[in-house]
Design a protein around this ligand. Structure first.
Ligand code: GTR
Length: 425
C-alpha cells in the first residue's frame, strides 16, 4: 500500500523552474579545507586533497569502505546462445566474495549471480556495469516474447515492491518500462556489453534486515557511527564485479563504465570515486548522497533519507542533518573525485529526489577540478541544453523519477561521445 500511495503522490509533483534558483554556499573544492592549504595543482589535488576527501566521505557520509576481497567464479552458464538480433550471448556468472570472517549470508559469504550480455562478435567489448533494484529475474521484459531465460531468483530478502502484484505493476507504471530492465538490444547495437546483478545479494535493501550484513562488511576497529553503509557496500560490490570483468578476455578493461539509477546511482558514483578503473559513470536521478548538493534547498533532506533508509549511510550522517556545517563535504566534491573521467547526470523535471537544480550545481562545483586536468569540465550553461563538449554533462527530461528508453538513449549518446571505443571485431 505504501508503494501505491507513494507512487500516486509522486505523480502530483510540480515541474522545477527552467532557470536555476537558490545559490547554496558549499564547502570549497580546491580552497583551504579543514585546516589544510588550498590545492595548487593537479599533483597537489591527487596527493593531498583526494585522500583527505576519501577519508571524509567515509567518516562523515557513507561509512567505512569494506576491505578489498578475493572473488571466485563458482560457475558460468550460457543462458542464451547467439540468435537473431544484435545480442551475442547471455551468460550467468556466479561469484563468491571471500571475507576474512564468515557473515550472515547463506554459506557465510556473499554469492552474486552476474548476468553478462555481450554483443555479437569477438570483442573485446567496452562494458557498462551496474546493479538493479529487484533481482535478476526482473531484468528481462516479459513482452513481446515470453520469458524463456533461466534466470535465478535471489535467495535474499527483497523490498516489498519487488514481490509482484499491484506494487510491482505500480513500479513499472510510474518508474518506467526500463525501471528494472535495461534495453539490452539498444545497448548491444551501440557495441557495449552489459553486466548486471542484484546489489541486494550482498546487502538486502531492507532497513533492519541489512544491519548484520553491514556489520560483517565493516572493517575491524571502525567507530560504530561510521559503520559501512549499504551504498558503500554496493559501491564495493561494483568494484568486485569489475575485478571479474577486467579479467574476462571478451571485455576491454580500459573501457569499463558504470551506471546506476537513484540509490544505485549513488553507489556508482561512490564506486568510481574509490576505484580508478571506470572511465565513465552515468548517474540517473541519484539525488541526495549522489550527484546533488545536500545544501540545495530542494531535493530530499538528509533527515528524510536517513529516516527512511538508515542502512544506506553511516549513522553519523543522520546526526548532521540539521547541522550542515558539521560536515566538511558536499556532493560536488564526490564528483570531483572522478576527474578527469566522464560523468553524465540525468534528472527528471518533476523528480524532487533527483533534484535537478542541486545536481546541476554539483557539476558546476566539480568543474574546477576538471580544469586542473586541462579539460573543459562542465561547459553547460542551460538546464535544458546538454553540453556537447567536455567530460561533465547534465540533462533534464520531462517527468518523474524512473528509467525510460530516452534516458538510456541519452546515456548511450554520452558514452559514444566521451569514451572512444576499440573498433569492433
Ligand atoms: C527513494 C529515496 C531516494 C532515491 C529513491 C530510489 O525512496 O529516498 O533517495 O534513492 O528511493 O532509489 O529510487
Amino acid at each position: 500500500l505504501g508503494t501505491v500511495l507513494g507512487g500516486c503522490a509522486l505523480t502530483r509533483l510540480p515541474n522545477v523552474p527552467l532557470t536555476l534558483t537558490g545559490s547554496p554556499a558549499t564547502p570549497p573544492i580546491l580552497g583551504p579545507l579543514d585546516g589544510t592549504a588550498a590545492v595548487a595543482s593537479r599533483a597537489d589535488w591527487e596527493s593531498r586533497r583526494v585522500p583527505r576527501l576519501k577519508t571524509l566521505f567515509q567518516s562523515q557520509i557513507y561509512g567505512a569502505m569494506p576491505a578489498p576481497a578475493r572473488v571466485d567464479i563458482l560457475s558460468r552458464v550460457v543462458l542464451q546462445a547467439p540468435a537473431k538480433g544484435p545480442i551475442g550471448t547471455i551468460e550467468r556468472i556466479t561469484l563468491a566474495v571471500s571475507l576474512d570472517r564468515p557473515g550472515p549470508w547463506p554459506g557465510g559469504r556473499p554469492v552474486v549471480d552476474m548476468i553478462l550480455i555481450t554483443p555479437k562478435g569477438k570483442g573485446p567489448f567496452p562494458i557498462i556495469a551496474g546493479g538493479t533494484f529487484c533481482g535478476n529475474d526482473a531484468l528481462f521484459p516479459k513482452t513481446p516474447e515470453p520469458q524463456t531465460l533461466k534466470v535465478r531468483t535471489t535467495n535474499m530478502p527483497l523490498p516489498p515492491e519487488c514481490g509482484g502484484g499491484l506494487p510491482a505493476f505500480m513500479v513499472e507504471a510510474i518508474f518506467g518500462k526500463n525501471a528494472n530492465s535495461p534495453p539490452w538490444e539498444a545497448i548491444a547495437r551501440h557495441g557495449y556489453a552489459l553486466a548486471s546483478w542484484h546489489p541486494g545479494d550482498v546487502v538486502p535493501d531492507v532497513p533492519g534486515i541489512a544491519e548484520p550484513y553491514l556489520a560483517a562488511l565493516t572493517p575491524d576497529g571502525t567507530p560504530p557511527d561510521q559503520r559501512t553503509g549499504a551504498i558503500a557496500a554496493w559501491a564495493w560490490t561494483l568494484s568486485r564485479m569489475l575485478d571479474v570483468l577486467a579479467a574476462d578476455p571478451r571485455i576491454d578493461p580500459e573501457h569499463m563504465l558504470l551506471w546506476g539509477h537513484s540509490r544505485h546511482g549513488k553507489a556508482a558514483l561512490l564506486a568510481a570515486a574509490f576505484d580508478p578503473r571506470p572511465v565513465a559513470v552515468w548517474a540517473l536521478q541519484s539525488g541526495t548522497g549522489g550527484a546533488s548538493l545536500d545544501r540545495d534547498e530542494v531535493g530530499e533532506p538528509i533527515g528524510a533519507i536517513t529516516a527512511s533508509f538508515p542502512h544506506w549511510f553511516a549513522p553519523v550522517y543522520a546526526t548532521t542533518a540539521a547541522r550542515p556545517d558539521a560536515r566538511l563535504l558536499d556532493q560536488h566534491q564526490l564528483i570531483g573525485l572522478l576527474a578527469p573521467r566522464s560523468v553524465l547526470v540525468g534528472t527528471g523535471r518533476r523528480d524532487q529526489w533527483g533534484d535537478p537544480h542541486g545536481s546541476f550545481r554539483a557539476l558546476m562545483g566539480a568543474d574546477p577540478v576538471y580544469r586542473l586536468y586541462g579539460l573543459p569540465g562542465f561547459a553547460q550553461t542551460s538546464l535544458t541544453k546538454p553540453a556537447e563538449v567536455g567530460p561533465l554533462a547534465f540533462y533534464m527530461r520531462p517527468g518523474l523519477h524512473g528509467i525510460h528508453s530516452q534516458d538510456w538513449a541519452q546515456a548511450l549518446a554520452f558514452f559514444d561521445r566521451t569514451v572512444p571505443k576499440l573498433p569492433p571485431t
